[in-house]
Write a protein that binds this ligand. Structure first.
Ligand code: NAI
Ligand code: MG
Length: 369
């Protein structure tokens, strides 16, 4: 059996609390012989700064590069508000994304039927929703040059951001979207604004050519980004995989996230290039939520976003689809039973702790195994 190297970075605030539940599940899977993990632990964020004076050590950075997947919980908190900019907790996360060259950000929006009433939309619009937004993460207007504010000398200033995309950048993100769609419902919606942006014209052209050349079996449609925004809140279940650029992806993935209720439920993945010999992609898995300092230390955080991040690692880094499905079904079963952490309780009285939620999912998993 293949041994997978996992680097576990619990980070700050509720990070260690939710990561402990993932470690329970990983230990169980290993014990049952379902998968073999070699788990190393490291520090990131404020907790790394306290020890090393940097938001991630060179040693942990090297281990991240070596790992088959990195699991990160969350970084940050008021304790480190005065830390110099380059050593801020977020710097650890940014360094990981940059050095591992993670150019694809995967943001699923899944609405468990048991939680459909927590959405701001009507139950029938979101019940059973399962979409995946693939956002380009290292190019586009956030990084394009020139990027500056010019003093025009007449009391006016001019701010310039530049959207830049090269063919290879669009191709590699498109390829990920098509590959993922093949494992799902086989449909990709590509989104840009080719009506007003040159980068949109190229995006449309490159995705279309890639589709014809390598993925003719996948259904492809194009939607302008503003129209897609409307469709996301109007009829979100029409989508399977959505692929879009850095800026549109940033906004659309946050919109999609909120269709599903709580931050405590949402995982994400960031993927890099395939290794030429092993075929594996560099990968970082993390919940969408932050370190939640307001509830840290209380043992009440929802561990599901973190556990679902492990599920994404099983699916996308290790190709263990069955096992991933089993854990997903265990989460759904626990929710069906009415078990809730405070954030998803919707005012209900009987809430359970982080550890109780982790244990309940583990119990379901034991039955499923
Ligand atoms: P946050 O996501 O930490 O918290 C927002 C709200 O959601 C809070 O009320 C929190 O209690 C709640 N919440 C978040 N995750 C939860 C969970 N698993 N279970 C139950 N409730 C949960 O965002 P906020 O408050 O803006 O940022 C707090 C700190 O986290 C800051 O230092 C920020 O920089 C950092 N942060 C880190 C991120 C990361 O590591 N990727 C992402 C976002 C924020
Ligand atoms: Mg955002």
């Amino acid at each position: 059996m293949t041994t997978y190297k996992l680097l576990v970075l619990p980070g700050d605030g509720i990070g260690p609390e939710v990561m402990a539940e993932v470690e329970k599940i990983a230990a169980f899977l290993t014990y049952e012989g379902l998968v073999k993990f070699e788990i190393e632990k490291g520090l990131v964020g404020g907790s790394a700064y306290d020890v090393y004076g940097a938001a991630i050590s060179e040693d942990d950075m090297a281990r991240a590069q070596e790992a088959d997947a990195v699991l990160l919980a969350a970084v940050g908190g008021p304790k480190w508000d005065q830390v110099p900019y380059e050593n801020r907790p977020e710097a650890g996360l940014l360094r990981l994304r940059k050095d591992m060259q993670l150019f694809a950000n995967l943001r699923p929006a899944i609405c468990y039927p048991a939680l459909a009433d927590a959405s701001s939309l009507k139950r029938e619009v979101v019940d059973g929703l399962d979409i995946l937004i693939v956002r380009e993460l290292t190019g586009g207007v956030y990084f394009g040059e020139p990027k500056q504010i010019i003093d025009l000398g007449n009391g006016q200033k001019r701010a310039i951001d530049t959207q830049v995309y090269d063919t290879y950048e669009i191709e590699r993100i498109g390829r990920i979207a098509f590959e993922l769609a093949r494992k799902r419902r086989n449909k990709v919606t590509s989104s840009e604004k080719r009506n007003v942006m040159k980068s949109g014209v190229l995006w449309h052209e490159v995705i279309s050519a890639l589709h014809t050349r390598e993925f003719p079996d996948v259904e492809l449609e194009h939607q302008l980004a503003d129209a897609l925004g409307m469709q996301l809140v109007r009829r979100p279940k029409q989508f399977d995989v959505i692929v879009t650029d850095n800026l549109f992806g940033d906004m659309l993935s946050d919109v999609a996230a909120m269709l599903t209720g709580s931050l405590g439920m949402l995982p994400s993945a960031s993927l890099g290039e395939r290794n030429a010999t092993t075929g594996a992609r560099k990968a970082l898995y993390e919940p969408v939520h932050g370190s939640a300092p307001d509830i840290a230390g209380k043992g009440i955080a929802n561990p599901i976003a973190m556990i679902s991040s492990l599920v994404m690692a099983l699916r996308y880094s290790f190709n263990l689809e069955d096992l991933a499905d089993r854990i997903d079904r265990s989460i759904a079963a626990v929710l069906e039973k009415g078990l809730r952490t405070g954030d998803i309780a919707g005012g209900a009285q009987n809430t359970i702790s982080t550890a109780q939620m982790g244990d309940a999912i583990l119990e379901e998993l034991k039955i499923a195994v």
